[in-house]
Write a protein that binds this ligand. Structure first.
Ligand code: HAM
Length: 436
């Protein structure tokens, strides 16, 4: 008898084998701890929803609804169903259904798979996972800023903040967009011969998306298009100005990109994306914004809302590249502690070693009875970025001496009490290199 043929996975859907799953688990744990530290609680919704939810929520004219949804008729019930292409609409549906926002505003998150029938390529899958975060019932813009500041903290925690840039825009309010839309269509119609087929198709259905085109030949055209900001009233202007001020206060760097419109129709006012530049291609790790109209659109009471979703596969890929870099074979540790041979120095060295490991550095505390020069040689060959020197003088002064082993920087005295915080704040400068 012939052996039955093998059955393979569906295109664009990936298996996560145990070795990989360990990294997933670790990343998800970090994400959940981070979310809990800002008061967000977990909310789980089904993967299968009524198709109407996404048509109405995301918008009938978007690429997601028109081309990318896994939709089918349940032949047992006759219901038209869709495997969720995002989580936000399901969370809002469930919040309305359970009167969840009745008593107070809420901070919620949901992590899980989403499905889009896109052309698979590196970093783009048909089943992927999102960490989806929503602040429901808050007017803003302070909460919009908090979400962005919060993300910046996560990138720092993962050691990838140097690799991401934040793009920020405001889409104003619906009436402002409607006025703008007419003027944009007029402008584009005058330049019809410069539009590609995709843009011609969008001209009347979704002209704002044309601004987001990747077509190099259309860049001058979109650069010279009328600006949506010119159509903003006082409130939209001050909303955006205040958001920018909050971010500046928190030292979060951002670039205003007036062409950023996002691929879902429910946004108003704030929109943002965190982007990684990767060999000339940019890849969005996280995107979000404000969507004050969605609850009402889905049959609930008007409720201000803002949120974002992180693409877990994309974040994991970047994070593992960083981790891999740190764990290179020629590197035994981040920090090598060199110490004098007296008892008190050895005692302090052991204690500091533990403290720095608590701060998530890998540390070798020198053991054995060699002279300083030999200890420094061993520190060099360990691949450590810095050596920390401890001796009777340092103990008397309550300091340690930091010697940079790879970077051409002068040695530095740091107060003993402040050592872990100091090294934490310098983690990216000292321990990571630029580039991939
Ligand atoms: P989105 O920009 O469509 O937003 O998706 C969020 C993130 O999911 C993207 O930034 C990207 O990292 C990841 N992603 C999207 N498509 C794929 C794909 N095919 N393969 C791998 N990763 C992908 C939303 O879904 C909104 N619901 C976000 C939101 C929440 N806005 C407000 N609240």
């Amino acid at each position: 008898m012939d052996r039955p043929s093998k059955i393979f996975s569906v295109r664009g859907m990936r298996d996560i084998l145990p070795e990989q799953a360990t990294h997933w688990q670790e990343l998800e744990d970090i994400i959940q701890d981070w979310l809990h530290s800002y008061g967000y609680c977990n909310f789980r919704v089904p993967i299968l929803e009524r198709t109407q939810l996404f048509c109405r929520g995301i918008g009938n004219i978007t690429d997601i609804v028109q081309k990318e949804m896994y939709s089918f008729t349940d032949f047992l019930s006759g219901d038209q169903l869709t495997i969720r292409p995002e989580i936000t609409a399901g969370l809002i549906r469930a919040s309305i259904e359970h009167n969840f926002l009745y008593k107070k505003p809420r901070r919620i998150y949901s992590i899980g798979p989403v499905f889009r029938h896109e052309r698979p390529q590196s970093g783009r899958y048909r089943q992927f996972h999102q960490a989806n975060v929503e602040a429901l019932g808050f007017v803003g813009p302070d909460i919009d800023a908090e979400l962005i500041i919060m993300l910046s903290r996560l990138w720092k925690k993962l050691g990838i903040n140097d690799y991401l840039r934040l793009e920020l825009n405001s889409l104003g309010e619906l009436n402002e967009r409607i006025a703008y839309r007419d003027s944009l269509i007029d402008y584009l119609k005058k330049n019809l011969n410069l539009l590609d087929e995709d843009s011609k198709r969008r001209l009347h259905s979704n002209p704002l998306r044309i601004l987001d085109t990747k077509n190099l030949e259309m860049q001058d055209l979109v650069k010279n298009a009328p600006s949506l900001f010119d159509f903003f009233g006082k409130e939209s202007c001050s909303y955006f100005d205040n958001l920018c001020k909050y971010l500046e206060d928190s030292s979060v760097n951002f670039k205003i990109n007036t062409r950023l419109v996002r691929g879902l129709d429910y946004y108003n006012l704030t929109v943002f994306e965190w982007i990684k530049e990767c060999s000339g291609n940019s890849i969005t790790i996280c995107g979000g914004g404000r969507y004050n109209g969605l609850t009402e659109l889905l049959g609930g009471k008007s409720t201000p809302a803002v949120g974002f979703a992180i693409g877990i596969e994309r974040l994991l890929d970047l994070w593992l590249k960083k981790k891999f870099f740190l764990n290179q074979k020629d590197k035994e540790c981040d920090i090598y502690i060199v110490r004098y041979k007296d008892f008190e120095s050895k005692r302090l060295a052991l204690r500091i070693g533990e403290e720095l490991r608590n701060a998530e550095f890998s540390v070798i505390v020198h053991a054995g009875s060699c002279e300083f020069t030999k200890q420094f040689r061993m520190a060099d060959s360990s691949g450590a970025e810095i050596a920390i020197l401890i001796g009777p003088n340092e103990i008397a002064e309550k300091i340690v001496l930091i010697k940079y082993l790879k970077k051409n920087l002068p040695q530095q005295k740091v107060l003993l009490n402040n050592l872990a915080d100091f090294l934490r704040s310098k983690r990216n400068d000292i321990f990571f290199q630029n580039g991939e």
